[in-house]
Design a protein around this ligand. Structure first.
Ligand code: FEO
Ligand code: CA
Ligand code: CA
Length: 685
């Protein structure tokens, strides 16, 4: 395999990734311009540009009461000696991978790996074999889409030898998909290929009894969902005037889903998928003259003239000056039923509209469901939704049909977090406060329930469609890019990856606070919180930072108090998952700011090993590790945008993974397993 000479150290994500994935979000001002005075902000504020008056008010409001109500146990707070490292926690007994810059997937010694499926592999009957130099939209509609982010495997048999692999195809990187690509003049066929390469794939996979070598199968279940697949809008904003367009005067039907980032598996066997950076696909916001419309577009980052991909030349719906409501039909959580390839997927308006990273569900003892979701942009918010109706048990069609309505009626909340340490101790450096932890309390602020708005000056429909604006008004806490958020299946504690935020601090939109304690935060943190009394319906919670990421040698990092000389470096936590032991697995996006490839990590959450972060695998240079599925015997991980480095292109690829030789890189799903231990131990033992 020929290898490109790689730089030894870089300090930022490739600009081309920003261009294609987020529409250069980092190069624009963050869309949240709200003053939004919230207590956590003030408590953490030392170099305040807003004055001492507000800070004084906070001291009076918080005092020592917050610390007294903080019921979250502190298993990792105290520094522990490093001389006698504990035995590896169950599920983490492997030799950690050394951070690297290789153009390959690197797994621990003794483990095996294989590609499950790659961009362009056949999904539907009649799909041609992938031909990089002769790709067509017709072929792409039947093949595995481009960049793969979230993945889930729904078992089809008790041993997990067969299953449905469901994968998000987050975005297209045309420069790497087409030789000789002219970004100023894409062809219609290239644009239609891109529409077909977005969305999701459902593919049956199968593996032998004693191997993790999954291979795709043609099956009745297989399905491609693209940017032209019909979706139904459901929930209280369905049919709203804000969702009506010339193509859909009812405001209830929309073609396609896009920029699907992370997601979740529901207890009733369906898939939730978050529509994230939808703003970048809409052209000509500059030509919108109505000031309210313009402001609302800007709040979601819809701005400028022509788009990067120029889709507006081939379908006017991508032109917000001509179709102002079309952008309101994206930015939702979608739900699909992989068990029924003929079902119409839905967009749940009750969960609000923002740059949904994901949605993950927990069921309460009385059968109601609680969905957590993050809005992945700098200074955006964390949300939860509580259903009115109760889940029906069982996986039959009738139960699933009922359960697919659960996310259509309920109450949407946004989070406000308050630190418990004195403001003077949260100085933006990442130095731990004197109580030894970044921690505090929080509350869920109701935004809307059914037709009832709790936000002054906004109707319920407006709250659903312009949820960011509603959250601004109620004083939610501006977070450092809330990505994946998921409740622990056993403890119910919720874990949220806050990926980074280089704009926090002086000159930015907010100063450090205890939950977001670093200025120019390049490496992110992982938040752990626990609902009051462990009740997901509660309106209050306690929280702490589990990890403050970066180079362990750096004083601004924190690994739940675990000795830092024994942990792996990590930057930009993105997706989270759990294994059957209760360990947290974290995949990263932007390891390159530490000069290392992205990877998949595991960290125990309990006992003496809490915080003992270990690197399990790394992905090829320029790639992002996404969508981990942690099975007992097999781990799968999505490798999206391999070789996405500045200066590279389809004509001069920076990676030849996974096929080697001179082949272009292909986003793929990879399986990792430990041979020879079947029936004896699980993946991490
Ligand atoms: Fe698509 Fe939030 O990463
Ligand atoms: Ca504290
Ligand atoms: Ca993500």
């Amino acid at each position: 395999m020929s290898r490109r000479l790689l730089p030894l150290l870089t300090t930022r994500r490739a600009a081309v990734t920003c261009e294609y994935r987020c529409g250069d979000a980092c190069f624009h001002e963050a869309p949240n311009t709200s003053a939004n005075p919230y207590f956590g902000d003030i408590v953490g504020e030392v170099i305040s540009r807003r004055g001492a008056l507000r800070a004084g008010a906070v001291v009076a409001l918080s005092g020592g009461a917050l610390a007294a109500t903080n019921g979250l146990a502190t298993p990792g707070a105290a520094a522990r000696p490093s001389a006698h490292p504990p035995k590896p926690a169950p599920g983490t007994d492997f030799t950690r991978v050394t951070p690297n810059l290789l153009d390959e997937v690197v797994v621990p010694e003794g483990y095996e790996q294989a590609v499950v499926i790659r961009w362009g592999d056949p999904v539907l009957p009649g799909a041609p074999e992938f031909d990089f130099d002769d790709q067509t939209a017709t072929a792409q509609e039947r093949q595995f889409g481009f960049n793969c982010d979230f993945a889930a495997i729904l078992p089809l048999d008790p041993l997990g030898l067969t299953g449905l692999l469901v994968t998000n195809h987050e975005y297209t990187s045309e420069k790497y998909m087409f030789r000789g690509y002219d970004p100023d003049n894409p062809t219609e066929e290239q644009v239609r290929i891109a529409w077909a390469a977005h969305g999701l794939s459902v593919v049956m996979i199968a593996r032998p009894m004693h191997s993790g070598r999954y291979t795709p199968r043609m099956s009745w279940f297989n399905r491609r969902i693209t940017l032209t697949t019909p979706f139904r809008m459901t929930g209280p904003a369905a049919g709203s005037d804000l969702l009506k367009t010339p193509a859909d005067p009812t405001g209830t039907h929309v073609l396609g889903t896009m920029n699907n980032c992370a997601g979740g598996v529901t207890p009733w066997g369906t898939i939730l998928s978050g529509e994230e950076n939808f703003n970048q696909y809409y052209a000509n916001a500059d030509a919108v003259t109505d000031p309210v419309r313009r402001a609302r577009l800007a709040r979601y980052g819809v701005r400028g003239g022509a788009t990067t991909r120029k889709w507006e030349r081939f379908d006017p719906r991508w032109d917000v000056a001509r179709h102002p409501n079309e952008a309101n039909r994206f930015g939702w959580v979608v739900e699909i039923d992989p068990h029924d390839p003929h079902s119409t997927p839905v967009k749940h308006t009750a969960l609000g509209r923002f740059k949904h990273e994901c949605a993950n569900v927990r069921v309460t003892p009385d059968g109601r469901v609680v969905a957590y979701s993050g809005d992945d942009e700098r200074f955006e918010y964390i949300y939860k939704f509580v259903s009115d109706r109760r889940m029906k048990r069982g996986h039959g069609r009738a139960a699933r049909r009922h359960n697919m309505t659960l996310l259509d009626s309920g109450t949407l909340y946004v989070a406000r977090l308050t630190g418990d340490s004195p403001a003077a101790e949260i100085d933006g450096s990442g130095r731990l406060p004197s109580d030894g932890e970044f921690d505090g309390t929080g509350e869920w602020i109701p935004l809307v329930s059914g037709d009832t708005s709790f936000v002054d000056g906004m109707t319920a429909e407006e709250v659903y469609v312009f949820t960011r604006e509603a959250a601004d008004k109620v004083g939610a806490t501006k977070m450092d890019r809330p990505e994946d958020i998921e409740p622990h299946p056993r403890t119910g504690r919720v874990y949220c990856a806050l990926t980074n935020n280089t704009q926090r601090g002086p000159g930015g939109r907010a100063m450090a606070d205890e939950a977001n304690p670093r200025h120019e935060n390049r490496h992110g943190q992982v938040l752990e919180f626990e609902e009051e009394r462990g009740d997901a319906l509660a309106l209050r919670f306690t929280w702490r930072l589990l990890l403050v990421c970066g180079d362990p040698a750096s004083p601004d990092t924190y690994f739940a108090g675990f000795p830092k000389d024994q942990v792996s470096p990590i930057s930009s936590p993105d997706n989270v998952a759990f294994d059957r032991h209760g360990n947290l697995w974290i995949s990263t996006d932007s390891g390159e700011v530490l000069g290392i490839n992205d990877g998949l990590y595991v960290v125990p959450l309990e006992g003496r090993s809490r915080g003992h972060l270990k690197l399990f695998l790394t992905v090829p240079r320029g790639a992002e590790a996404c969508g981990p599925v942690i099975g007992d015997k097999v781990v799968t991980v999505c490798v999206q945008h391999p070789g996405e480095l500045d200066g590279a292109s389809a004509d001069d690829p920076a990676s030849h993974w996974p096929d080697g030789g001179d082949t272009p890189p292909r986003p793929s799903v990879v399986a990792v397993w430990k041979p020879g231990r079947w029936g004896l131990a699980d993946i991490g033992s």
